[in-house]
Each structure stands twice: as structure tokens, then as C-alpha cells.
Design a binder for this molecule. Sequence first.
Ligand code: NDP
Length: 298
Amino acid sequence: MPTVAFLGLGAIGRPMAARLAAASDISLVVWNRTAERARAFVAASGARHAANPADAARGADVVITCFPVSADVEAILDGADGLLAGLASDALLVDCTSGDPATSRRIAARLADHGVGFLDAPVSGGTIGAEQGTLTVMVGGDAALLDRARPVLEAFGKKIVHCGDVGAGDALKAVNNALLAVHVWSTAEGLAALTKAGVKADVALDVINASSGRSNASMNLFPERVLTRAFPRTFRLALLDKDVGIAAGVAREQKVPAPLLQLTADLFRVAHNALGEEADHVEAVKVIEEWAGVVIER
Ligand code: NDP
């Protein structure tokens, strides 16, 4: 029975860890910065509560991290309570943070000095996909390490894809989310203009969703979250701002002209600054509504 340590019981990490806790062939240890959240998780799941990252890593075959940014992972490597103090030399760190390629490459190099393997393995599919075990996992790093990790990742992932070297998963995830951001923003601009022009938003979406302008934003996010004015908080706008910034950075690093990605990064920074740390990503629509002086509703 492999021992898996899961660190970071946030909006997506908690349901991912719950899938691991429910797997009969995995022994689970959890750690969370705010201990109260870990205590609540342990009470409901029977997992072991580790005192710190080193304690979580000690005896673990696979350690999974899921924090806001790669720098949060890098920051818990060192010190007496840090991951490196507990990781065995044949262990594997799988980072499910939607991270940035450069920091992931640095972390991989640090771990390699200690004989520890590293995979960047961000996920997509949202909190519902995590609950249902249907996430897509995009993996960067050694394919042989992924073979070792795959049985563990299958607890929450349905489509698990090897994307390339360390950082490839991060880069792909960032570009995917930049496309999400473009679709949310452009759909909001279009619907704001149509609303002012006298076309009802639900009529517009009905037509767009049967036509070539449709996207996940138009088919799911707008009908379920914007037109209903529900705006559930499942994925923070702050995190999408971070993702689009990473995508724009990948384009710059590769010297690929990408004005739309750069502009989208700026627009989501504006929305993040205006709406704060706790707003959901779909609430970016409210900035456009304010600019336009309309509400996109049924
Ligand atoms: P949340 O903000 O809900 O949770 C973040 C988690 O990381 C919490 O457990 C938090 O602990 C912990 N954390 C924050 N900062 C630190 C730190 N400096 N050191 C240690 N732990 C820290 O984020 P999500 O769970 O939504 O997202 C996690 C990652 O997954 C992000 O990279 C995000 O982009 C990605 N993602 C999220 C999706 C979603 O639908 N939510 C979908 C796909 C990817 P504490 O409890 O103490 O605050």
C-alpha cells in the first residue's frame, strides 16, 4: 500500500485529497498551513494529520503539493520542518499547483541533488471534476516517474497526459487557462453590447451555443453563473490572473509575439485589483458590466 502525503487542502486540493482518502489501496497523510482545515479533513476522512511538511514527507512514497503558486512549494523545501528534511531519496514530489515552468525547473534541480524525483502536474476540470475523480492531469518530467505516479494520480485524474520535460505541464495549463480567460472576457463584452442593443442575453447564448462562437464560457459558465447571478466561488480570480500572467510569460520567454495574451493578462490584473482576493474568476464579468453600464442577466 503506497503512502501518499497531500499538502494544500484548498478549494481543489481538498476534494483531490478526499479521493485519495477514499482509495482503499492508499495510506494518506495530510498537511495544511491552516491546521484547522487539516483537522476537519482528518476527522471526516481518517487520514493522518502531519505536524509540518517534513513530518508529512517522512515515509511517503509520493508527496503531492497543491498551493496557489510554485514559489509556495519552493518555500517549504528547506529547514528542519521542510520537505527535504523528510523526503526519502527514492520518493517522488508531484506538484499539482498550476505553477510556473522556471520555478518548477529550479525545484526539480534541488530535489535531484537529493535523489528525489519531481513532476509538475497541474490539473483542470474544476472542483466538481476533483470531487468526481475526472480531472485532466498535465504532467511535465521524466515519463518513467509518471509511470510510478500514475496509479496514485488515477484516484482523482481521468485523463493523465505526459506533456514533456519539467515545466511542460505548467506551460500547457497556463495557456489553457489563458484561453478560458479570453473566452470569459470576450463573451462578457459581446453580451454587454448585445444587451444594450436590445438582444436578451439568454437569446444570444442560445444562438451562440448553436453557432461557431461557442465555448465552455458560453455553454456553461454564463448560463449557470452569470445569467443566474449566482457567481459561486470555486476558482479565485486571483489564481486566473496568475495563470494568464504565466502564459504571457511563456510567450515572452519563447519570443512569440502574443499581444492578445499580454492584453488579457493586463485585463485580468485590472479585474483582480478591482474585485479582490476572494472573488471568483467569473466575477471578472462585473468589471465589463460596470464599464458598459449594463447587467448581463435573463
Ligand atoms: P485555494 O486558494 O482555495 O487554496 C490554496 C491552498 O494552498 C490552501 O490549502 C492554502 O492553505 C495553501 N497555501 C496558500 N499559501 C500557502 C503557502 N505560502 N504555504 C503553504 N500553503 C499555502 O486555491 P485552490 O485550491 O483553488 O488552487 C490551488 C492550485 O490549483 C492553484 O495553483 C490553482 O491555480 C490550481 N487550480 C485550481 C482550480 C479550482 O477550480 N479551484 C482548478 C484547477 C487548478 P490555507 O488553508 O492555510 O490558506
